[in-house]
Design a protein around this ligand. Structure first.
Ligand SMILES: Cc1cc2nc3c(=O)[nH]c(=O)nc-3n(C[C@H](O)[C@H](O)[C@H](O)COP(=O)(O)O)c2cc1C
Length: 171
């Protein structure tokens, strides 16, 4: 069965990893965007991110791709924001019941505050089996190798049927 790869990305690093995972697994891709874009100015973005994370804000989303229902294995990607997952991914996760599903978190980071992103995903999805998170340094030169090794370690089927569905919506 094909996996689903879901990602939120602000500057593109997590998205790049999601696209690599898609080509390695033959899975389907779902990209999420906040309906209200985040500020471009870094100090404003940081201030808003801190405020939203502290308050548990779940921003409204635009979703490009399928929902999680038919999938058993789901890769969930986000940048590391302040040691945790970014609010758009938390928002997407909070919309669904992940009973019987296995989630593989992956995230991009700059080598700053580490945080426990596996735990952050588990908190929002208490019914899911959440595997160890893969952190990808944004300057990593061979992310394909790192992703391939991570997939092999986690015994994820890599030869699923390739395919693409365009499902767009809002949450
Ligand atoms: C608001 C904000 C908070 C961040 N907090 C952290 C952090 O706590 N630790 C870290 O290593 N990187 C942190 N970063 C850096 C991002 O995780 C890093 O640039 C990542 O590669 C961005 O992924 P993206 O291109 O998918 O958005 C932060 C970036 C932003 C914008």
């Amino acid at each position: 069965m094909k996996p689903l790869i879901v990602c939120y990305s602000y500057t593109g690093h997590t998205r790049e990893a999601a696209l690599r995972l898609q080509s390695l697994t033959g899975g389907d891709l779902c990209q999420i965007f906040p309906r209200q874009p985040y500020p471009v100015s870094f100090p404003q973005l940081l201030e808003q991110a801190r405020r939203e994370i502290a308050a548990g804000v779940r921003p409204r989303l635009l979703v490009m791709g399928p929902g999680p229902q038919p999938y058993r294995t789901i890769f969930v990607g986000s940048p590391n924001w302040c040691g945790t997952i970014a609010p758009p991914l938390a928002s997407w996760l909070s919309h669904y019941d992940f009973s019987g599903k296995v989630l593989f978190p992956f995230y991009s980071h700059c080598g700053g505050v580490r945080g426990d992103l596996r735990e952050a995903v588990q908190r929002v999805c208490p019914k899911a089996e959440v595997k160890e998170a893969l952190g990808l340094l944004e300057t990593e030169t061979a992310p394909e190798d790192v992703l391939g090794q991570w997939l092999a370690r986690n015994v994820v089927q890599q030869n699923g049927i390739r395919g693409k569905r365009d499902n767009h919506g809002e949450l």
